[in-house]
Write a protein that binds this ligand. Structure first.
Ligand code: ADP
Ligand code: ADP
Length: 216
């Protein structure tokens, strides 16, 4: 089944910038797809539209599930909250009981290998660990769709590589649909079953490259 279906979508911002045009794209349930292209080609705009955070100004966008989470380059953790309390935040907002929050937050932390740091504060963590907390916070509400906007862009190469392996593990052991934005062709090809290559002026899809065949 299709998780997201976009037909001939375009986006013009209020200041007149045409950020996207002629976008045709379907994302299937359980797929891991990357959007790649140079800065300013419209990747973030397309991601926000796919996530329902922004609206296309033309064309048709259908999103199957409301259960979506977002991960950004900045982990955006609350410094005065412990790791487990940061991860539990989305559940607090949706009114889940304290006991269940804690149990689910710890389970999410286990997925990213950070159980031992549950009671630490963000300032005690490395950049890679903060990103793991951010991923755990996204997973805690058990979303069907995960949108990631250059999540590893600020990390060093070794940390990024470890997070690639961890993210692939999480994805393989779930039925998550992941849409991943990057400007790195290497990262896109390494992670995804399908790469959507975009180009600027205004943002359009240049090519859709299926990578599936090259999986081991
Ligand atoms: P990236 O290139 O990593 O996607 P940008 O630095 O271009 O990020 O954009 C960061 C934020 O600023 C985004 O939320 C985007 O919507 C907003 N933004 C980018 N360009 C403009 C612009 N010309 N006018 C207003 N907001 C913008
Ligand atoms: P990318 O993520 O590929 O860097 P963006 O989606 O951030 O690209 O931006 C696509 C184009 O839209 C760019 O020209 C950017 O400056 C512009 N843009 C992004 N956000 C806004 C905004 N809120 N208002 C006006 N222009 C924007």
């Amino acid at each position: 089944a299709e998780a997201i279906r976009i037909q001939d979508a375009g986006k013009q911002y209020e200041n007149g910038t045409l950020a996207l045009s002629n976008i045709h794209l379907s994302v299937h349930e359980g797929e891991f797809v990357s959007l790649v292209g140079p800065s300013g080609c419209g990747k973030s705009t397309l991601l926000r539209i796919m996530a329902g955070l922004d609206q296309a100004t033309s064309g048709k966008v259908q999103i199957q599930s409301e259960q979506a989470s977002f991960v950004f380059q900045e982990a955006n953790l609350m410094p005065w909250r412990t790791v487990v309390a940061n991860v539990a935040l989305p559940l607090e907002i949706s009114g889940v009981s304290a006991a269940e929050r804690k149990q689910r937050a710890l389970a999410a932390l286990e997925k990213v290998g950070l159980t031992a740091h549950a009671d630490s504060y963000p300032r005690q963590l490395s950049g890679g660990m903060k990103m793991r907390v951010s991923i755990a916070r996204a997973l805690v509400s058990e979303p069907k769709l995960l949108f990631m906007d250059e999540p590893f862009g600020a990390l060093d190469e070794m940390t990024r590589h470890r997070l690639h392996e961890e993210l692939l593990n999480i994805w393989m052991n779930s039925n998550l649909t992941i849409v991943f934005v990057t400007h790195s062709v290497f990262e896109a090809v390494y992670l995804s079953g399908r790469v959507v290559a975009m180009e600027a002026h205004p943002g359009t899809i240049k090519q859709i490259i299926p990578i599936e065949e090259s999986y081991p």
